[in-house]
Structures are given as C-alpha cells and as structure tokens.
Design a protein around this ligand. Structure first.
Ligand code: HEM
Length: 396
C-alpha cells in the first residue's frame, strides 16, 4: 500500500507548487493525505479529475459538516451564518443568484473608470513615496479593498480593522480562539454597518440587498452580514495577492512583460496565464463526498473528504503544454484558478478587470519598475490558505 502523504506539502520554489504534486499526478493522481488535524482525505490532482469533483453534486461544499476536510482547524461556523460558498443545491443557487446581478461583466464595465482612477491615485502615491516602496501596502492591498468597499458601501477608513482580521483568518497557524474572535469581530462590524443602513437603504450593494430581500420577504440581518463578510474578505485578499505575485511574475519574465507593454490588447491573456501560473487558492477547493463516486478510476466513498488541488490541475501537462513556463500567449482560459462548476468564483469578472487595469497602468506609468530585493528574499505567504506576498519592495 502506498504511504499516506502529509498535507499541506512544502514548496521549494515560490513560482511552483510543491514538487510532490507532479509525482502524485503522474503516479497516483487520486491519493490519500493526512490533514493537520490528523484526519485523512483524498487529493485529486489531474485537471480533468479536479473539474469532475468540483462539478459533481456527489461532492458537497458544506464546510459545516463534521466530516468536511478542514485544512484550517476551527473554521466551522454556526448554521445561521452560512453563505453560498458552504451551500449545496438546492439552497446554493438562490443564494448566489441574489447577488449575481451585482457582478456581471456589464456591471463591472460600468466600474472601470472608477477603478482606473483608484489605480492612478495609488500609483501617484507610490511615486510620491520613498524608494524603495512597498507595492503591497501602496497598491496591491488598497486597490481591491477600495473597490470592494465602495461596491458594498463599507467605509474604507476601517480598512486596517478588516485587513488585520482577514490576515488572521487566512493564516494557517492562527490559534482557533483567535480565529473565532476575528470572525466575530468582522461579523459584528458588518452587522452594525447593515443595521445603520436599514432605515434608509443607500444605493450600494448592501443597501440594494436590504430592499430586494425585504420585497421578497426573506431579509435577515445576520444572513446579509454573512454575505457581506464573504464578499469583503474574498473581494480584497485574493486580488491583492494576485497583483503582487503577477507583478513579480512579469518582472521576472521580461520577454512576457514586453508583449503586454507593446500590445495592451494582450493584458487579459496575461491575467489568465498569471492566474493559472500562481493559482493562489489551491487546496481551499475542498469537498465532502456524500454519495459513492469514482474519480480517475478510484472509488471515493460517502463520508470521505476530497481536496481538489487547483494548483496541481493548473500545472497538468495533460491540459497545458510546458505547464511550468509562464506563457501569456498559450490560451489559459480553461484554468481552474477560479474553481469550476456551481461555486466558480462569483467575483471573477471584477478580479480580471482590476488585474488588467493594474498591470496596464503600472508598467505604462513606471516602465523601469524593478524589484528592490532578490526574489529568494521576498516574504512569500507559505503559511497562508491564500498564497501571496506580505511585502514587495520595488524601486524605479
Ligand atoms: C484573483 C482573485 C480571486 C481568486 C483567485 C478567487 C478564487 C476563488 C475560488 C477558487 C473560488 C471557488 C471556491 C470553491 O469552489 O470552494 C471562489 C469562490 C468565490 N469567490 Fe473568488 N476569487 C478571487 C476574487 C474574488 C473577488 C474579487 C470576489 C468578490 C468580490 C470573490 C468572491 C467569491 C465568492 C462570493 C465565491 C463563492 C461563490 C459560490 O460559492 O458560489 N472572489 N473564488
């Protein structure tokens, strides 16, 4: 019998998944691992198999279930705080549909001028600040935070508060008590904010939800607070990390960067490829098998946990030729960096647009941008559920 691997596995290169992923994918693409809390789960590593798991009703997203394969201990929440990301059919569809209209391509296009303005202001601040400057603090974190705050109707002045708590939530080593306290703090904050909007709902996402849900007779403050919480956290931390990593990825591959500076029409392709290349949300796409299913020739039984490894899938040579190379012209749109199936990222149109505007503007306005530290010295987030960078010193 093959040995059970420990999970998560360590990386040896900041630009690649753990080397064990390639071995697993070749030799035993559906295999057992031991999770930090001691439980075992399956990992699925091939592109095709990852898509199967994420798109099959026999695999549940119910993170509250006691058998759900938790990577971060103590992550369970009370039932009335459930959001779409932990729901299955038939509840999931209506919960997602309630906010889907806020994230359509058309809605996002309407935000483009404002996002451009925000990006320009942050680059002004970077240029006016000391050299070297920290790209994370000046650009990567503020851009998506400002955008999601304005969309939701959350005062950006509170960003220190929610960014600090989010950082605790995604760090694997945060003790369960502290994690719970962080969840409670943000939830209470969101609930108070929403309470303040109830008397006269403003024309922001939360205000519009109050009106709409009241009309439907389904308005509950706690439930809207949970959705607001999800959107606030998912809306800034992910894109922020992709801005930092994408910048490093392009600076380290100058011939690829030259393609987009010569032709900004290629930036969206670069965004897709960078999303694939870094796959910042890897094992967080976990599921619980609720009905026996065969995946990649392996029987998975009801009650067993499964980690659909997005990063292994996105480096699968069966789906992407020369997968370890950054090649913005490869046509990477079938990547699973935004997940796949019913839970595929709700904010993907927003994330794509933010990344496109940032990379276009950053390299146009600061063509001689460079890293102010060797890549090996950069503080990569090896200890977090979402990969990224804590700081990114740059100069020009
Ligand atoms: C580069 C940026 C982003 C990445 C890589 C990313 C990645 C993901 C992934 C992998 C999932 C699927 C989770 C699963 O299947 O269990 C997901 C779901 C989700 N994302 Fe994103 N995300 C990004 C940006 C955003 C933004 C900007 C927002 C909101 C403003 C957002 C909101 C959500 C929501 C609400 C879900 C749950 C959807 C559902 O359950 O139906 N994400 N994201």
């Amino acid at each position: 019998m093959t040995a059970v691997h420990e999970f998560p596995m360590a990386r040896t290169c900041p630009f690649a998944p753990p080397t064990a992923y390639a071995e697993i994918r070749e030799e035993e693409p559906v295999t057992r691992v031991r999770l930090p809390e001691g439980k075992q789960a399956w990992v699925v590593s091939r592109h095709e198999d990852v898509r199967t798991v994420l798109n099959d009703r026999r695999f549940s997203a119910d993170r509250q279930h006691p058998d759900f394969p938790q990577l971060v201990p103590g992550f369970r929440r009370p039932d009335d705080e459930r959001t779409m990301i932990t729901m299955d059919a038939p509840e999931h569809g209506p919960a997602r549909k309630a906010v889907l209209g806020e994230f359509t391509v058309r809605r996002m296009e309407a935000l483009r001028p404002r996002i451009q303005e925000i990006v320009d202001e942050r680059i002004d601040a970077l240029l006016a600040g000391p050299k070297p400057g920290d790209l994370v603090e000046t650009l990567s974190l503020p851009v998506p935070s400002l955008v999601i705050c304005e969309m939701l109707g959350v005062p950006y002045a509170d960003h220190d508060f929610f960014q600090t708590h989010t950082a605790k939530l995604i760090k694997r080593g945060t003790p369960p008590q502290e994690r719970r306290a962080a969840v409670e703090a943000v939830r209470e904050y969101m609930s108070d904010l929403i309470a303040g909007k109830e008397a006269n709902p403003p024309d922001d996402l939360l205000g519009r939800q109050i009106v709409k849900l009241r009309e439907e007779g389904t308005y509950r403050r706690a439930s809207l607070a949970a959705t607001g919480f999800l959107l606030l956290v998912a809306g800034h931390e992910t894109t922020a990390n992709m801005i930092s990593l994408g910048t490093v990825g392009l600076l380290e591959n100058p011939e690829q960067l030259a393609l987009i500076t010569a032709d900004p029409g290629k930036t969206l392709d670069a965004v897709e490829e960078l999303l694939r290349y870094f796959t910042i949300v890897d094992a967080a796409t976990a599921r619980l098998c609720v009905e026996d299913a065969e995946v990649g020739g392996q029987l998975i039984r009801a009650g067993e946990g499964v980690l659909a490894l997005g990063y292994a899938a996105n480096r699968d040579p069966g789906a992407f030729a020369a997968p370890d190379e950054l090649d913005i012209e490869r046509g990477a749109r079938h990547h699973v960096a935004f997940g796949f199936g019913p839970h595929q990222c709700l904010g993907q149109n927003l994330a794509r647009m933010e990344l496109q505007i940032v990379f276009d503007t950053l390299f146009r306005r600061i063509p001689d941008l460079k890293l102010a530290a060797p890549v090996d010295d950069l503080p990569f987030k090896d200890d977090a559920a979402i990969y990224g960078l804590y700081r990114l010193p740059v100069t020009w």
